[in-house]
Design a binder for this molecule. Structure first.
Ligand code: HEC
Length: 91
């Protein structure tokens, strides 16, 4: 850290994240870089958590492990490094 420069406070960090989220929201195309930046931004992470809770938890479970955690779950596990569906990575 540079001498004499204070660390940003939590309030400043939150505001910076909010500004970055607003900028990211206007990107025209989603690519690996913009998706990676979104994944590091608390505003997107919270929005994603809310969307997952509302739309996906019923089948994939809150742990994201689906059938791997509970055989009666409908959804597949979303945790892992390999796609289980045939198409692989979406194009
Ligand atoms: C009605 C139950 C249900 C809901 C709700 C649901 N899924 Fe799924 N999902 C499944 C099933 C079943 C599979 C496995 C399909 C297969 O084996 O071909 C799957 C597969 C997937 C896969 C592919 C995993 C892989 O490794 O190939 C992803 C990613 C996924 N779901 C994400 C989501 C997301 C994100 C949501 C919420 C927006 C969601 N799902 C909502 C049932 C569901």
């Amino acid at each position: 850290m540079v001498a004499g420069v204070a660390r940003p406070t939590a309030v400043v960090q939150t505001e910076l994240a909010r500004i970055e989220a607003a900028k990211l929201s206007s990107v025209k195309t989603l690519d690996d870089d913009s998706l990676w930046q979104m994944s590091r931004n608390p505003a997107f992470v919270e929005a994603g958590r809310a969307a997952f809770t509302a739309n996906c938890v019923s089948c994939h479970l809150a742990s994201l492990r689906g059938k791997a955690e509970n055989p009666t779950a409908i959804g597949a596990s979303l945790i892992g490094t390999k796609w289980i569906t045939a198409a692989g990575r979406p194009s």
